[in-house]
Design a protein around this ligand. Structure first.
Ligand SMILES: Nc1ncnc2c1ncn2[C@@H]1O[C@H](COP(=O)(O)OP(=O)(O)O)[C@@H](O)[C@H]1O
Ligand SMILES: [Mg+2]
Length: 328
């Protein structure tokens, strides 16, 4: 990995509700390098979006960040910034393409209004300068600049998604969070958009936190991947290694749940059982009830993400205990 653009350290996020307090993100730590695409994967409800919103400080009650640090290169800990400092930081340094972003555009405003609003709020640009920047942004995502006068409903789903990406790029951010950016689109358009994002990243050099539940897509487009299970990061590895030599039984199970991109058709096995109810966290490993490789420690000892070998992290006792024994 290159120099970190962002280092997330022991991030904890709780949802404080009448039904009880839920720790949706528990001590999650990872780095995203400059110009790197870091993928975050895991079943629905494992905490991916909660991490994303917390990094942008866009989480809303009942979600509360209860611990950790988000160290952004040149800015220190984002969690210590005031709201005003964070408003200035957001979109200009780090922007986000939300899940179901196609609905993120305001239906009653032209694109010109929406682009100029973002650009003028964060820069000293005059309206004319902002329009010119907006026209350039449309060209970047292959949409004719004359369409700035149009309303969102005049565009196809794929084009609307590209417009949202153009807004995220408006202020040349150093990092873009993309939370399921293409989930609502058909497979062909999905691939086109991801290829566009990849080309833009190569050109402008920003980092990407790429969130999706589609592991095959993620392996193709990410440099490294982190796997979350029930609020915890259970494995981090280079994407070319994560499915071939997984260091966590959950990753292994996820790999069996997706069809391989190449090779013969195989029967998909999946992972039996359901994700954990976060109101009932067991002692020991969170994956114990669905794991086929448990031993004593898995029911007693809490897990912790450890570097098993250079660049390979896992929190599974199978690997962390061998490593500890070996290093003694
Ligand atoms: N508004 C909410 N109130 C209470 N708990 C919530 C709320 N939103 C999310 N959660 C909890 O946070 C967990 C993680 O949610 P989320 O980050 O949206 O997961 P993902 O993006 O991986 O599907 C959920 O399983 C749920 O327990
Ligand atoms: Mg989500």
């Amino acid at each position: 990995m290159t120099t970190p653009q962002v280092s997330i350290r022991e991030l904890c996020v709780d949802y404080i509700t009448d039904a009880g307090d839920v720790r949706a993100v528990n001590k999650v730590s990872f780095d995203i390098g400059k110009g790197e695409i870091f993928g975050l994967a895991g079943e629905s409800g494992c905490g991916k979006s909660t991490v994303a919103f917390s990094l942008m400080r866009l989480h809303k009650p009942p979600a509360f960040i209860t611990g950790g640090e988000v160290l952004f290169d040149g800015h220190g800990d984002l969690l210590k910034k005031t709201d005003a400092e964070m408003s200035a930081f957001r979109w200009s340094e780090m922007s986000m393409v939300f899940q179901s972003a196609m609905n993120a555009l305001n239906p009653v405003l032209t694109l010109e209004e929406q682009f100029c609003d973002v650009i003028m709020r964060h820069t000293g640009f005059t309206r004319q300068q902002a329009i010119s920047r907006a026209q350039g942004l449309l060209e970047i995502v292959d949409i004719h600049p004359s369409r700035l006068r149009d309303y969102p409903h005049q565009f196809s789903g794929g084009m609307r998604q590209r417009l949202v990406i153009a807004i995220a790029l408006a202020l040349n951010p150093k990092m873009i969070i993309m939370d399921e950016p293409t989930t609502a689109l058909d497979v062909v358009v999905q691939r086109e958009i991801l290829q566009k994002i990849y080309a833009l990243k190569q050109e402008f050099g920003f980092s990407i936190l790429f969130i999706t539940h589609d592991l095959s897509l993620m392996v193709e487009f990410s440099d490294r991947i982190g796997i979350m299970y029930s609020g915890e990061l259970v494995e981090v590895a280079p994407s070319r290694e994560i499915l071939t030599t997984p260091y966590h039984p959950y990753t292994e199970g996820l790999g069996r749940s997706f069809p391989p991109l190449t090779g013969p058709k195989t029967r998909l096995a999946g992972i039996p059982g359901n994700p954990l109810n976060l109101l009932e966290i067991p002692q020991g490993c969170r994956f114990q009830a669905r794991c086929t490789k448990t031993h004593d420690a898995c029911f007693k000892q809490a897990t912790q993400l450890c570097e098993i070998e250079t660049g390979r992290f896992s929190n599974c006792h199978l690997f962390t205990q061998t490593q500890r024994a070996g290093s003694r």
